[in-house]
Design a protein around this ligand. Structure first.
Ligand SMILES: Cc1cc2nc3c(=O)[nH]c(=O)nc-3n(C[C@H](O)[C@H](O)[C@H](O)COP(=O)(O)OP(=O)(O)OC[C@H]3O[C@@H](n4cnc5c(N)ncnc54)[C@H](O)[C@@H]3O)c2cc1C
Length: 395
């Protein structure tokens, strides 16, 4: 049995980034991943770096938007985190921050855009609402139906296939021990330590036990299952999402595109493919009344059509054949805020999940690692604390 300062469960972006921060701070870190690093949401997502409030945050009215805006301090931190990550890791991660536009096509949508921008400015986000000739000059590829757009300069994209493996390598260089194909099956408090049991998996020997002073749950959609191993209920819900990619084309779309009135995210990769997503659902697979988290969600025809509708606002996309569509799962909390911090009444147990955790993942990881090492992150994170769901836990 080996003892570690911290065991991180989950080899997605959050787990690998947290392991990297902890290891470079001198922690003895074990990272445990049941499959391969980057196998799930972190490697399947759209790679959007969106710092504006998303459609899902503004579609339910101003009160809901104001509540979701409580994560904006993390967005400001994430702008800075993505600006420096490639230099810090010494690897290219496909980061491009040439700006993002959130489109409005009706007067009612322009009004939402204006209210959204006013709210974002209260938190210090650099957002301008462009319209008329100014918008046409800035984004000549947009359809005439687009009347206005919220513009944030630092928005953009990163390559989900590169970021997390680079973070895992960096964690390894700082001494973190990475165990892939190794599923955590039990989590128990033993005196001052946490005892992790791992089950059999490819490349793993059955029934190993590891000790750690602290444990970070970075299990994505499996977070509730992992928390339950420590007898904690966390209200995190899996959501199935759909993405489509077009054939390659000449570069014509330099910005990240979103829409304030409907589901849409669109960007062009370095290779020239256009990636389309933005919250189009996929059907979660159930077995015996439980969501089967090990099986990819099923494609919904309406979501394919919804992806294709992106061409309405960027007409050049009409000519591009869709070459691939895929589904993945991500985690949401009931209030759309992140779940980040120490789990009450479970000394040394921490969690990070929920929200736009690709965009915000580097920030979650840095803050969580600081909390583990020093007890205090350098920015307030009480708004995102698991303690807000404390009423679900009687023990
Ligand atoms: C289709 C899609 C598009 C998205 N687009 C965007 C976007 O454009 N921008 C954005 O900000 N966010 C986006 N997201 C959300 C984003 O991908 C996730 O929030 C982020 O990647 C979460 O990373 P994670 O590390 O928490 O989870 P994951 O990447 O899922 O990693 C969790 C890991 O934990 C492991 N694990 C679970 N249980 C155990 C166990 N018992 N033992 C060992 N290991 C275990 C899993 O195998 C998994 O590898 C999108 C998500 C999807 C699915």
């Amino acid at each position: 049995m080996t003892a570690y300062d911290t065991a991180v469960i989950g080899g997605g972006l959050l787990g690998c980034a947290t392991a990297w921060h902890l290891a470079r701070a001198g922690n003895r870190v074990l990272l445990v991943e049941k499959d391969q690093v980057n196998r799930h949401a972190s490697g399947q997502n759209a790679g959007s770096l969106h710092f504006q409030l998303e459609f899902r945050m503004v579609e339910h009215g101003d009160d809901a938007a104001r509540a979701a805006a409580r994560a904006l301090p993390l967005h400001l931190d994430a702008v800075r985190a993505w600006a420096t990550i490639e230099d810090e890791l010494g690897e290219r991660c496909g980061v491009s921050r040439t700006g993002g536009l959130m489109l409005a096509e009706t007067p009612a949508e322009i009004a939402v855009l204006d209210r959204k921008a006013a709210l974002e400015r209260e938190y210090g986000l650099d957002v301008a609402v462009l319209s008329g000739p100014e918008l046409r000059r800035f984004a000549p590829y947009l359809a005439d139906t687009v009347l206005a757009a919220g513009h944030v300069p630092g928005e953009g994209k990163a390559n989900p296939r590169l970021v997390t493996p680079a973070l895992a390598r960096a964690a390894g260089r700082h001494g973190a021990v990475l165990r892939t194909g190794c599923r955590v099956t039990g989590l128990h408090r033993r005196g001052r330590h946490w005892e992790l049991r791992t089950g059999a998996g490819p490349g793993d020997t059955a029934g190993e036990t590891h000790l750690a002073d602290t444990v970070v749950l970075a299990g994505g959609v499996w977070t509730a299952e992992l928390a339950a191993m420590a007898d904690v209920r966390l209200p995190v819900f899996p959501v199935g999402l759909t993405m489509s990619a077009t054939a390659r084309s000449r570069p014509f779309l330099p910005h990240l595109i979103q829409h304030v009135g409907r589901r849409l995210s669109m960007k062009q990769t370095e290779d020239g493919n256009v990636l389309i997503g933005g919250g189009w659902p996929a059907k979660l697979v159930s077995r015996a009344g439980q969501v089967d988290l090990e099986t990819n969600p099923e494609l919904r025809y309406e979501s394919l059509v919804g992806n294709a509708d992106a061409a309405r606002v960027v007409p050049a996309v009409w000519d591009l054949p869709v070459i691939r569509t895929w589904t993945g799962m991500t985690t949401l909390t009931p209030d759309h805020l992140p779940l980040l911090g120490a789990v009450p009444r479970r000394p040394g147990l921490y969690v990070a999940t929920g929200g736009s955790a690709f965009t915000l993942g580097l920030t979650y990881a840095r803050l969580l690692a600081a909390m583990v090492v020093t007890g205090e992150p350098d920015r307030a994170i009480e708004d995102y604390s698991p303690a807000r769901f404390g009423a679900l836990n009687f023990v």
